[in-house]
Design a protein around this ligand. Sequence first.
Ligand code: TXA
Ligand code: MG
Length: 296
Amino acid sequence: MPTETVYGLAANALDAQAVVRVFAAKGRPTFDPLIVHVSDAAQAWTVAEPSPRATRLAAACWPGPLTLVLPRRAIVPDVVTSGLDTVGVRCPDHPLALALIRGAGVPLAAPSANLFGRISPTTAEHVREQLGDAVAVVLDGGPCRVGIESTVLLPDPSPIILRPGGLTRERLEEILNEQVAVADNAQRQGALPMASPGMLASHYAPRTPLTLVTGAFPDDTTAAVLSFRGDDLPTRHHAVEVLSGPGDLAEAATRLFAALRRLDGSGATVIHARGVPEEGLGLGINDRLRRAAGLG
Ligand code: TXA
Ligand code: MG
């Protein structure tokens, strides 16, 4: 199903056998928990226990790119949460996703609809390329507006971002009127049953090796270049993608995964990428680039 962030591979979150088939289709290890997608906050509280912060954030941000990690209710099968006593819930901001959840009448567990460890899909075509016959139906909702996955937030006992994403830390701080921390890798993994692939280095990876460049891009006719604004291109290169000429982080996020896919398919020997400013959506973009480079 399409969402505003990336496409998801959805199954009835209350049916353990259906959820197992999601893990199988992706080739994903079952120790990485799934996000449960709901059509509104009332449905979220049937699978997770709300807190004052959670209620406030849900009212302000849903539908939208925020996943709340909350104490789970017994109705949620173990396989969804990898046996954790918490569950990630979010209400996606996409009419087709909302119609699907409402039509199903149950919350839908959905990871990103990519093969395990690979780049998340932002178009229906990307899903068909990677999952093909492994899925029954691909609902085409057009290209994803946000382009990177949701922000995963543990709101209590004090708010900490486990995965930076489509909703900014600045916006969360504004809504909660308090500081929001960003977890380092050790803290991220502490929230999970064991080293979680979603949090690991070499996730969201293209097949072509990717390096993060801090100085000038090297002049190399065999290399692909991923530039933020396009004002730093080398004279020689094999292929180029510019994320946002005007330097708009929202546009850069929307274009990121498709640009990586194109460079990956360009036949270059290496992809040289430059990080973006570490603010707003830049946290999520830089996180994906670091993981694509295997740096975590
Ligand atoms: O935007 C998104 O979040 C997309 C769309 C489809 O909704 N979904 C997505 O799912 O990115 P996935 O499975 O690729 O990533 C879910 C992330 C993982 O990093 C997982 O470890 C974390 O959320 N997560 C899920 N449940 C959790 C929990 N109970 N505690 C801590 N982290 C959790
Ligand atoms: Mg994923």
